[in-house]
Design a protein around this ligand. Structure first.
Ligand SMILES: [Zn+2]
Ligand SMILES: [Zn+2]
Length: 331
């Protein structure tokens, strides 16, 4: 509490109330955090020691979207709600005390004409419950750069402390997710059938499988771009790796190995075929055109037909990409 003496003769008291709030950690000693970016609001946990000792007040990185903000912005909605409750309780008990005091003063002013009697109501006392954390999560991550320990549900891309992003980890995680999605196709189809009927379920599953081609290709492109940048200063764009031959040439120039070092002829042809199919699915609604036939050398379709992606094709592409990436990782 501080007292401010005004220039005039009377005293004005300006009171600063600070409310002690205790944060209770989960069993692993982690603190809940939430990204302040309205588009994201991603929740994660961070080891309390690391939060206090490693993380700078000026910069905290969201593990999901990479948003950077000062350290005071990362309260979760639940924490803010609990703090509001604590502040409210505190204010109530504070006002209650002050009211009691002033009414007691008034009582003393009573005279034979006026009687003032103040009966205080139920006393409100202030209880400061430590703010609890949500249950521990499974995926614990330790940053390879700064050692900060944090925990997420699903996957994360950036270290909350230093913003480090491991392209290899992200790539592996993406492929793993795609594989699990493919593995659960039958289950999903059953679930969709129950909710939307057989016809809709069939279409939904087909579009999901088609989508995985795109997912694998874009995960690979990003991986290849990062890999290339780690080996060379040459200018390169992520789209350069959308074309199998071009990507292979780029790596050959800097490492003397093209994709054919790790993939045999048939795998290379398949990779090109799937990449071209994915291009038609994404840019031409899956309808075969002359350009596709020229580039893919696919004789199983005529112009105007629609590309069909079978689940085995998706698995096949996944296998080829894993093989290629393992090879590139050894360079
Ligand atoms: Zn975020
Ligand atoms: Zn880090």
């Amino acid at each position: 509490m501080d007292v401010v003496i005004d220039k005039n003769t009377y005293e004005r008291r300006k009171e600063m109330i600070s409310i002690p709030i205790k944060l209770k950690l989960d069993e692993k000693g982690y603190l809940d955090r939430e990204c302040p970016n309205e588009q994201c609001l991603y929740k994660f946990k961070i080891n309390m020691e690391d939060w206090e000792n490693n993380v700078s007040d000026k910069e905290v990185h969201c593990p999901m979207c990479g948003h950077i903000d000062t350290s005071d912005k990362w309260w979760t909605q639940e924490q803010l709600e609990e703090m509001r409750n604590i502040a409210q309780n505190y204010a109530m008990s504070y006002l209650d005390k002050e009211l009691n005091k002033s009414f007691k003063k008034l009582e003393k002013c009573s005279n034979k004409f006026i009687k003032i009697k103040y009966n205080p109501g139920k006393k409100i006392t202030f209880i400061n419950n430590p703010i609890g954390q949500s249950k521990e999560w499974n995926l614990d991550i330790k940053c390879k750069e700064c050692g900060t320990r944090y925990s997420v549900i699903g996957s994360a891309y950036f270290c909350p402390c230093c913003g480090y992003n491991s392209a290899e980890d992200v790539f592996e995680e993406s492929l793993d997710t795609i594989e699990k999605m493919l593995d659960s196709t039958l289950e999903m189809k059953k679930m969709f059938s129950e909710s939307y009927g057989d016809d809709k379920a069939e279409t939904m599953v087909r579009s999901m499988i088609e989508g995985t081609l795109g997912d694998v290709v874009s995960a690979y492109q990003k991986f290849a771009e990062m890999k290339y940048r780690s080996l060379s200063e040459n200018e390169v764009r992520v789209n350069d790796f959308q074309i199998v031959e071009k990507g292979s040439e780029l790596f050959k120039k800097i490492t003397s190995y093209g994709y054919d070092k790790w993939l045999n002829d048939s795998e290379l042809k398949k990779m090109n075929l799937y990449f071209q199919r994915r291009h038609v699915i994404e840019h031409n609604n899956g309808i075969v055109d002359q350009k596709y036939i020229d580039k893919s050398e696919d004789s199983s379709y005529s112009i105007g037909q629609r590309i069909i992606v079978k689940i085995d094709d998706a698995y096949d592409l996944l296998r080829i990409i894993k093989k290629l990436a393992n090879g590139l990782n050894e360079v």
